[in-house]
Write a protein that binds this ligand. Structure first.
Ligand SMILES: C[S@@+](CC[C@H](N)C(=O)[O-])C[C@H]1O[C@@H](n2cnc3c(N)ncnc32)[C@H](O)[C@@H]1O
Length: 277
């Protein structure tokens, strides 16, 4: 679905949740010296200007990252995310928002590897530009779910995947569990983050149900509801396969801050479920 441009949504409440959890998982993998592979199945452009272009149409970042950056006394999980976003902005003014590929680029070490997939021609070009002198990165203009399966098992036997499709077509929901089944068949210990929007069509419930059946052994699901207006995206979630053992307590530490800072009405809430034996 190539009508989707993430620049419209960069830095919104869903990006805050997604990227804060992604950052924690990347840092967790760095606790061991052994290198790992980061796979971004739907990478986007890499970085987004907030002061011009698509991001200025709806200013979604004002209801997301801007609110978070203005908050004091955050738990370290959110503080680290804010510090990373600030490191992309020279002044106190927020002008750039890094997408998932640039967050990974910033965090990964010399021997780690990135495989970044993007189909949109313009975003692909930007992504290539953002990684043109990075020896660790392979930027691929092909379907990301197939790319994930192709990359497994990685030579390092350690991998983190972010699956973050536009969900503009129903097929996006249906193909993910099959792709994950194939990927885990080739490499069972991969950590895989699947982001999803909470919309009135409730298709995310079917996705969650399918994911819980594909890999019931070890998973975590976090959802941030921001409003109950029942129109558009009223929240978002992240399903994590093979999460770090400390992810539940890390998210718990911000259980009140995430909804209180990003919530848009009194229905705002964070829910957390997990199976970690
Ligand atoms: C939600 S955006 C990605 C945002 C990015 N992960 C981030 O967090 O900064 C989804 C992207 O997937 C791209 N896309 C759509 N279908 C794709 C596919 N089959 N394979 C790879 N990329 C795809 C879209 O062009 C869009 O840029």
């Amino acid at each position: 679905m190539l009508s989707y441009r993430h620049a419209f949504h960069a830095g919104n409440h869903a990006d805050v949740l997604k990227h804060a959890v992604l950052l924690h998982c990347l840092n967790y993998l760095k606790k061991k010296d052994a290198p790992f592979l980061y796979v971004d199945t739907h990478a986007g452009a890499g970085a987004y200007k907030l002061s011009e272009g698509f991001a200025t149409k709806r200013h979604e970042y004002r209801e997301g990252v801007s609110k978070m950056l203005n908050e004091e006394g955050l738990p370290s999980f959110l503080d680290e995310y804010c510090a990373l976003i600030n490191s992309f902005n020279n002044s106190s003014e927020l002008t750039v928002y890094p997408g998932s590929p640039l967050i990974a680029k910033e965090v990964l070490r010399y021997n780690d590897q990135l495989r970044l997939h993007e189909l949109h021609p313009t975003d692909f070009e930007s992504l290539q530009q953002n990684f043109k002198s990075d020896h660790r990165a392979t930027v691929i203009k092909k379907d990301g779910l197939r790319g994930m399966i192709r990359a497994f098992p990685p030579p390092s036997r350690r991998a983190l995947v972010l699956i973050d499709p536009p969900y503009k077509i129903q097929n996006d929901y249906h193909v993910i569990p099959y792709a994950i089944d194939d990927a885990l068949f080739k490499f069972k210990t991969a950590t895989i983050l699947i982001w999803y929007p909470m919309l009135n069509n409730r298709l995310y419930e079917e996705l969650k149900n399918a994911l819980s059946q594909v890999y019931p052994e070890r998973w975590l699901n976090v959802e941030l509801t921001v409003n109950n207006q029942n129109k558009g995206m009223f929240g978002s979630g992240l399903w994590v396969i093979n999460p770090p053992w400390d992810l539940p307590s890390t998210i718990e530490s911000s259980k009140s801050e995430l909804p209180s800072v990003l919530g848009q009405d009194e229905s705002a809430a964070l829910t957390l479920d997990f199976v970690i034996p």
